[in-house]
Design a protein around this ligand. Structure first.
Ligand code: ZN
Length: 554
């Protein structure tokens, strides 16, 4: 550790005071400040202290728009203030208020096509992209295959067809990669074009009024019952942005019902599907009209992202850390509950630990002896569990243009099980951030892990993703594989047991035996990486041909 010029006046002032009369109390010398992030302050104990606090029963499971959620956001804002991080939310506060629409669809939803009425739940489930209490969509049905517009793959399922005000019938997943093009749509890996969220987004961009996603067990990797249960009850969304097209009806249709619908048009769904899996497919207007009426009860709530900034030399560009503070709150008592049942979803690992880790990084970066070259934002997002809503809102309403955000580092869950050789970040194979990460890991005698399941599309399911979609190169911390020491196998087993038993359950609670020494190593590395990204002359970029490269290129 070396003294830097900027701290010398403080030290000299201290020396001068020492020579003054004995009645004057000697001022406390300012602590020595290092040039980079004050890594020595990134400790397991600090991460544990924040995690213990945020996951205590006092915070009642940190549900958005609840008392416990308000306590959690107050704690985060207070800690940022104490660390000397400036507010960067609304009106000079640490809070960026996020509007959240809660809506419940009436079970009387109906869809009829050419004399047949499809049954809600058995054949179809639906939600709306608008807030009106009654939504009616009537129009021709157009089969659009996979519903993908991917310029970098030279693929456009909407080419030459006008779907404005109509229904689109869409297949989920990516088109299969033929042997002549083994890397088409990522080969075996799932690209974002394959995700159901993309299908609805693209259909809305094309001006469709309603969209029907065809469910098959195979393509969705889960049975129709999962669609039924996860698409009924209350759903959460952001209100549509003014001037942005929205779907009146977003629906899933069971495979057998979709086959029947296509038969009404004198076609075969299997034949349409096989033509849609090959290059050169063109969308097929089915010449039949579908009518749906959806009634819903919706209400708006508000819950904040907590946003702070450590200003850089260049305040017009930034590196952004994200970590979600919300979890599921406390569930209502049920008559079948055993006495003293635990109803609080403490979310200690998911994601009090991530918040504790980012707070610890913020404090260490604020204690650096010199400003970072670009600003560093610390964003604690809301409503992640409801569908990445806080980070989506942040990406739509950023404090600086998304094109000026050098990178996003997302921390979903800090490893509480001890030191590891590897550090694994989703997205490291997609952009120039990967090489920077590998270099810094190597300097520290560590290795970079890889996404073990690219076919599951985990990159599209955490808070960094809305920023990635906006063109920001992003990394998201994921589980390590390579624990150190003689207990490595037992620690891996403990990690697996958490995923089986405690994930999204009230039993995800702070455990006094947790060891955040591995998390501290990771956070030191990520703080140093952020500082280095902030200092790179050029902004990081997605690899050529990556789906998210286009946005920034524009
Ligand atoms: Zn979660």
């Amino acid at each position: 550790m070396t003294f830097r010029a900027s701290v010398l006046p403080v030290l000299i002032a201290g020396l001068t005071a020492c020579s003054s009369p004995a009645t004057t109390p000697a001022p406390v010398a300012a602590p020595v400040t290092p040039a980079g992030p004050a890594e020595a302050e990134i400790t397991a104990a600090r991460i544990a202290a924040h995690t213990r606090m945020l996951s205590s029963d006092l915070f009642e499971g940190r549900g958005p728009a609840t008392r416990g959620g308000d306590l959690a956001t107050s704690y985060l804002a207070t800690q940022l203030a104490l660390a000397g991080i400036a507010p960067a939310g609304d009106n000079g506060t640490y809070f960026q208020q996020v509007p959240v629409v809660e809506s419940t669809v009436d079970r009387g939803f109906s869809l009829s096509v050419a004399g047949r009425t499809f049954k809600y739940l058995d054949d179809v489930v639906a939600f709306s992209g608008v807030e009106d209490p009654t939504v009616t969509v009537k129009g021709e049905v157009v089969f659009v295959g996979h519903g993908i517009v991917a310029p970098e793959q030279k693929w456009n399922d909407y080419a030459g067809v006008d779907v404005k005000g109509k229904w689109v019938l869409i297949m989920v997943n990516d088109p299969p990669a033929p042997s002549s093009e083994p890397d088409l749509f990522g080969g075996k890996a799932l690209t974002y074009y394959g995700r159901w969220t993309y299908k609805f987004e693209e259909a809305a961009r094309q001006g469709a009024a309603g969209a029907l996603l065809i469910h098959t067990d195979e393509s969705a990797t889960y049975p129709w019952q999962v669609v039924q249960s996860s698409w009924t009850g209350t759903q959460y969304s952001l209100p549509p942005e003014p001037g942005t097209p929205a779907l009146g009806v977003k629906a899933w249709i069971a495979d057998t019902a979709a086959k029947d619908l296509v038969t009404k048009a004198g076609r075969s769904l299997d034949a349409l599907r096989s033509s849609a899996s090959m290059r050169g497919f063109t969308a097929v207007p089915l010449g039949i009209t579908a009518t749906a009426t959806l009634k819903q009860v919706s209400a708006r709530k508000q819950s904040p992202n907590v946003v702070g900034v450590l200003k850089g030399v260049n305040e017009g560009q930034a590196v952004v850390f994200t970590s979600h503070w919300d979890h599921f709150g406390t569930r209502a008592a049920a008559p079948t509950d055993p006495p003293n049942v635990d109803r609080i979803f403490n979310g200690a690992y998911d994601n009090a630990s991530g918040c504790g880790a980012v707070l610890t990084i913020a404090q260490a970066m604020a204690r650096a002896g010199a400003k970072p070259a670009r600003s560093i934002y610390f964003v604690f997002t809301t409503a992640e569990e409801a569908g990445l809503l806080g980070s989506e809102f942040f990406a739509q309403h950023p404090p600086l243009p998304m094109g000026q955000v050098a990178a996003n580092i997302n921390i979903d869950e800090a490893n509480p099980l001890g030191r590891t050789k590897d550090i694994a970040l989703l997205g490291s194979d997609r952009s120039s951030l990967g090489a920077m990460l590998t270099a810094i890991a190597k300097e520290r005698g560590r290795t970079v892990g890889h996404d073990a399941h690219p076919e599951r599309g985990y990159f599209f399911r955490s808070d960094h993703f809305p920023l990635a979609k906006a063109g920001v190169p992003a990394l998201s911390l994921t589980e390590p594989e390579d624990f150190e020491g003689p207990n490595a196998a037992a620690l891996k087993a403990k990690q697996a047991a958490y995923n089986d038993k405690d994930y999204h359950q009230p039993s995800d609670q702070f455990d006094e035996s947790w060891d955040f020494s591995g998390a501290a190593d990771d956070m030191k590395l990520l703080a140093a990486l952020a500082r280095r990204i902030a200092a790179e002359p050029a902004l990081p970029a997605y690899n050529v041909g990556d789906q998210f490269a286009q946005k920034r290129a524009k």
